[in-house]
Design a protein around this ligand. Structure first.
Ligand SMILES: Cc1cc2nc3c(=O)[nH]c(=O)nc-3n(C[C@H](O)[C@H](O)[C@H](O)COP(=O)(O)OP(=O)(O)OC[C@H]3O[C@@H](n4cnc5c(N)ncnc54)[C@H](O)[C@@H]3O)c2cc1C
Length: 528
């Protein structure tokens, strides 16, 4: 994927697009894959980078959602478990099976969680990731050596999926492109155009690299702007009532020593009724999340101090070596696009299933749902859009569509494994230019070749794109990411034909953004 080529094709496109999709997160990119693979003519526009919104800030679980089962939402769990299985088959290079330990402190918990997780197993049907089982106290501590042993009776182990959200997203964008879609980042939609009957017939967008404005016509416009979908709905109808009830969730990242084994910890009920996970992720420990109603929507949301304290305190209740502020390597926040179904202010009580709305002017908004169910959401949205736009009936094919990178195994390429079938090409790049084998930073496994790859083939346009989403350095260790910015900027400038001023501006901009990933008085902060 080359951005200049995408833009050239947009300019050369004289026909009316079948679909224009607004938003380059899981939902929008999923819709682009679905529509393009049915043979439609698709343009996707993302105002910033692919995944800049919530889709790079998840807990990285491909799951049915054990907590939704506790809420009695069996249909949602069954559907999500099915989607989990489909994604595992279509993106085998990115989705791995992860075991989760649910500690039990009395017999009643053993029974209650054991029965619940057996139901979870049953609901997964032919897409099972493995049967849950009851473990003794000794076996539990073997699985989770840092778990507090006091009063522990044993645990239940169950299985779910884990993935790298930003990498799956870029692989999905590539899949959409391979299926014929044009996907353009740094292209903000600022106006919806209408015909004489007041029906939407296109969009106006701005290329933020040149400030140039474009007009593109479409039979149907899809609003997949996530938590920001209300601002797009207001472009269609200035009086549209808000449908999003935004809720923020944060994650803290620590060294692997806080979870020194393969299993993850699942705390099913925290002091305020939430679920908390501690998960081994990319050589570190990821702990989260929270559920804090928020009013202000930002592309770069900030973790609140009370959220940080809540995660630290809850993890400290369960871990023998508790994490402290000083141990935090990075913190990131994301906004859930929860759909307001009633007047409740308690957003964690809202259902996670998706909503499709078609307004008077034919703007189709799809929002809510989960990363895990993006494919199903896209199928629903495109089915409805076909009917609304009088497009020719074509069936969805994504159940069996391999996602870019899947197929030939990449097991021989160790740290490049997540690139799937691209790993071999990255290795070839390294063989041709040996210095690209060097690590970007000694603290993390990423290599210089990945910077070149991201700039050449994955439409990375800024240092942040590379350090936050093509690699996950900013999410894993904010200090290491800051220290890497100058070298990454130099390499990108060479690849993108930029000058010294660009390099300096990029380093400055990255440092500003990276401040949001530091926690005051943490290791990362002190090293700074
Ligand atoms: C803390 C947290 C943890 C989560 N964990 C999980 C998990 O483990 N598993 C799971 O299945 N789900 C999880 N989810 C849910 C999941 O991440 C979201 O449902 C999903 O990422 C939403 O994707 P989206 O595409 O709808 O929104 P987004 O990813 O936010 O994408 C919307 C995009 O639209 C763009 N946009 C907005 N306005 C415009 C415009 N005018 N022009 C062009 N572009 C525009 C934005 O820049 C943004 O990139 C989690 C969510 C949160 C908050």
């Amino acid at each position: 994927m080359v951005r200049a080529e995408m833009l050239r094709r947009v300019k050369a496109h004289e026909k009316v697009w079948d679909f224009i999709i607004i938003g380059g997160g899981a939902t929008g990119v999923g819709c682009a894959v679905d529509a393009a693979s049915r043979g439609f003519d698709v343009l996707l526009l993302e105002q910033n980078d692919f995944g800049k919104g919530t889709s790079s800030r998840s807990t990285k679980l491909v799951h049915g959602g054990v907590r939704y089962l506790a809420q009695g939402n069996v249909a949602l769990v069954r559907e999500a478990l099915r989607e989990r299985g489909i994604l595992f088959e279509n993106a085998a290079h990115l989705v791995k099976i992860q075991s989760f330990v649910v500690p039990c402190y009395n017999l009643w918990q053993n029974f209650f969680y054991g029965a619940g997780l057996k139901t979870y197993d049953l609901l997964s049907g032919r897409f099972s990731f493995g049967k849950s089982k009851i473990l003794s106290k000794k076996a539990t501590l073997k699985k989770l050596p840092n778990l507090k042993s006091e009063n522990l009776r044993g645990s239940i182990v169950y299985f779910d999926g884990q993935f790298d959200d930003a990498r799956l997203l870029i692989n999905l964008a590539t899949t959409a492109f391979e299926q014929g879609a044009i996907v353009l980042n740094y292209a903000k939609v600022f106006e919806l155009t209408k015909n004489a009957q007041n029906k939407i017939n296109g969009v106006k967008f701005r290329d933020s690299e040149t400030n140039q404005e474009f007009c593109a016509k479409a039979k149907i416009v899809i609003n997949a702007a996530g938590a920001f979908c209300d601002s797009v709905r207001k472009l269609s109808d200035a009086d549209a009532a808000r449908i999003i009830s935004a809720s923020q969730g944060i994650h803290l990242v620590f060294d692997k020593s806080f979870l020194p084994a393969e299993s993850a910890l699942m705390i099913p009920k925290t002091s305020d009724g939430r679920v908390l996970f501690a998960i081994p992720w990319q050589g570190k420990t990821l702990i989260g999340t929270t559920d804090t109603p928020i009013e202000k929507l930002e592309l770069e949301p900030k973790a609140l101090d009370e959220e940080i304290e809540f995660v630290l305190a809850t993890a400290g209740n369960y871990l023998a070596k508790p994490p402290n502020r000083a141990d935090i390597l990075s913190v990131f926040a994301g906004i859930r696009p929860l759909v307001r179904k009633d007047k409740t202010k308690n957003t964690h009580a809202l259902a996670r299933d998706h909503t499709i709305e078609i307004d008077e002017s034919n703007l189709l908004t799809i929002t809510g749902g989960k990363w895990t169910t993006y494919r199903r959401m896209a199928e629903d949205a495109i089915d409805k859009a076909i009917a609304k736009g009088n497009l020719s009936e074509k069936s969805c094919v994504t159940k069996d569509l391999l996602i870019h990178g899947s197929g030939a195994g990449a097991k021989n390429f160790e740290d490049l494994e997540m690139y799937g079938s691209d790993a071999e090409k990255l290795q070839k790049l390294i063989d041709e230019i040996p210095y690209l084998d060097e690590k970007i930073h000694p603290a993390l496994p990423y290599r210089l070749a990945e910077v070149v790859w991201a700039a050449r083939f994955e439409m990375a346009r800024s240092v942040e794109d590379v350090l936050a989403r093509r690699t996950r350095m900013l999410f894993l260790d904010a200090r290491a990411a800051i220290e890497s910015a100058p070298q990454v900027a130099e390499i990108m400038a060479r690849e993108l034909g930029k000058d010294k001023d660009w390099v300096n501006a990029q380093i400055r901009e990255f440092n500003t953004i990276a401040q949001n990933y530091f926690v005051k008085n943490s290791t990362a902060d002190e090293r700074g």
